[in-house]
Design a protein. Structure first.
Lengths: 113, 111
């Protein structure tokens, strides 16, 4: 069974640009979660999608947005990139609603220059 | 005060040693608790859930003290392969989709 897959693995952008990150959950999982892991910081909750709807978002500005597609895959968009957006972006999926046990993908490392 | 606090370490121990990590959480209404493991430059993976009565999985024992709002992880007979960062994770409320992660405690097991 394929795990959670994320693309791209690495992405380099400059300040002010937009970044799009993609995630495919484990087959059968309808919930997708996005977390940011900046250097030296713990994982910070970004967004939760389930059944195509945004269910909750963390304490991040509106330039962080995303969506979930009918096949349950998801994308995270970060607009007007800032240097401090440089981080590892982790996507996770779960079988049950509301996040208890998460299975993470390998992450997308975004570098903003 | 951070919602979940851990001593970042590093904890450097010899093979075969017993090592314990503690974690404290701020929200007394928190509902569920976990330990995740994250290897260097890899994604976090669930190590074990933590139950009120305490639970054991092989060499790993997790304890929860709700009165004092702390969680512990005990690793017995440490192996080189146990070297990793251990993340204390708390679910404060059901159906929010949000887990609160501590910054992690780094363990380095030496031969």
């Amino acid at each position: 069974e394929a795990g959670v897959t994320q693309s791209p693995t690495h992405l380099i952008k400059t300040r002010g640009q937009q970044a799009t990150l993609r995630c495919s959950p484990i087959s059968g999982h309808t919930s997708v979660y996005w977390y940011q892991q900046a250097l030296g910081l713990g994982l910070q909750f970004l967004l939760w999608y389930d059944e195509g709807e945004e269910r909750n978002r963390g304490n991040f500005p509106p330039r962080f947005s995303g969506r979930q597609f009918p096949n349950y895959s998801s994308e995270l968009n970060v607009n007007a990139l800032e240097l401090e957006d440089s981080a590892l972006y982790l996507c996770a999926s779960s079988l049950t609603l509301g996040a208890n046990v998460l299975t993470f993908g390998a992450g997308s490392r975004l570098t903003v220059l | 005060r951070k919602e979940v606090e851990q001593d970042p370490g590093p904890f450097n121990v010899p093979e075969g040693a017993t090592v314990a990590f503690n974690c404290t959480y701020s929200n007394s209404a928190s509902q569920s608790f976990f330990w995740y493991r994250q290897d260097c430059r890899k994604e976090p993976k669930l190590l074990m859930s933590v139950y009120s009565s305490g639970n054991e999985d092989g060499r790993f024992t997790a304890q929860l003290n709700r009165a004092s709002q702390y969680i512990s992880l005990l690793i017995r007979d440490s192996k080189l392969s146990d070297s990793a960062t251990y993340l204390c994770v708390v679910n404060q409320a059901s159906n929010t989709g949000k887990l609160i992660f501590g910054q992690g405690t780094t363990l380095q097991v030496k031969p």
